[in-house]
Write a protein that binds this ligand. Structure first.
Ligand code: VGL
Ligand code: ZN
Length: 228
C-alpha cells in the first residue's frame, strides 16, 4: 500500500496559477468590462444640450446638471489632444414652442433661441472646431434626439465617424433619445456615465434610461476607462 502524505509535498519550483483562476480572468476580459478604450480616427464626441437652462438656476434645472461640465471637459481635452471631432447639440426653441406649458406642453419655457438660457454652459471647453447642432427650432416640432430633424447623421458619416462618445443632459430625455437614434443609425455608442445627469421627473427615470441604453447596445464607460 502506498501512502501519499500531502502535508509534506514539496512546493513546486515553478509557481503556476490555478486554472480555475485563469479561466476567471479570461472570462472577465471577454466581458470587456475592464478593457481600456483607445481614442482613434472615426471617434467623435457629442455633448448633448449642456445649456444654461438645464443647469442649477435655469428654468428647467437638472439636479447636479452643472456636474457634467468638468466631467465633459476631461473628455473634451482628450479629443482635442488627438484632433478628434466634437459636436454639441442644443435645444433651440422659439418663444412659443409646443413643449412649453403655455402651449399645453409639459415643460416650463426653456432654451429659447438667442437667450442666455439657451447658451452653452460657461466653462464648457468646446473647441473652436465644434459643430453645433440646433434642434426643435420651430414652434410645432419637438426633438429630444440630436438626430431629430437635423443633419447630424449625414455630418457624422461624411466625416468618417463610426463611434460616438455621448454625454450631457438630460440622461432620461435628450441623452436617451440621442443614444437610441445613434444606435439605430448604426454607430457604436459609448455612454459617458460620469458625464450625464437626469431630470428624474419620476424617481429612477435616469437609472432606467441607462439600463435601456445598455440593453440596446451602448457601453457605459467612465473617464478612467480611456487609455492614457
Ligand atoms: C430636454 C426636456 C425638454 C433635454 C429638452 O435636453 O433633455 N429635456 N427639452
Ligand atoms: Zn426642450
Amino acid at each position: 500500500m502506498t501512502v501519499i502524505n500531502t502535508a509534506v509535498a514539496p512546493k513546486p519550483d515553478n509557481f503556476t496559477v490555478d486554472p480555475r483562476i485563469q479561466f476567471l480572468f479570461a472570462a472577465v476580459r471577454l466581458m470587456g468590462s475592464n478593457s481600456s478604450i483607445r481614442l482613434q480616427t472615426g471617434d467623435a464626441l457629442i455633448a448633448v444640450d449642456v445649456q444654461n437652462d438645464f443647469l442649477p438656476g435655469g428654468s428647467l434645472a437638472v439636479p447636479e446638471g452643472d456636474a457634467v461640465v468638468p466631467a465633459l471637459n476631461r473628455y473634451l481635452a482628450a479629443f482635442a489632444a488627438r484632433a478628434l471631432p466634437v459636436f454639441a447639440t442644443r435645444d433651440w426653441h422659439p418663444p412659443d414652442h409646443c413643449s412649453f406649458k403655455a402651449r399645453g406642453g409639459i415643460w416650463p419655457a426653456h432654451c429659447v433661441a438667442e437667450t442666455r438660457g439657451g447658451g452653452f454652459a460657461t466653462g464648457l471647453a468646446l473647441p473652436q472646431s465644434v459643430v453645433v447642432i440646433s434642434k426643435a427650432a420651430t414652434p410645432d416640432a419637438d426633438a429630444y434626439s440630436g438626430f431629430g430633424g437635423t443633419d447630424l447623421a449625414a455630418r457624422l458619416r461624411s466625416g468618417g465617424v463610426v463611434r460616438l462618445f455621448i454625454g450631457g443632459l438630460a440622461t432620461d430625455y435628450c441623452v436617451l433619445n440621442t443614444v437610441k437614434d445613434a444606435l439605430a443609425e448604426g454607430f457604436a455608442v459609448l455612454l459617458l456615465a460620469d458625464a450625464i445627469r437626469a431630470v428624474d421627473v419620476n424617481a429612477g427615470d435616469g437609472a432606467r434610461a441607462q439600463d435601456e441604453m445598455r440593453r440596446l447596445g451602448a457601453r457605459a464607460i467612465r473617464y478612467e476607462d480611456l487609455a492614457p
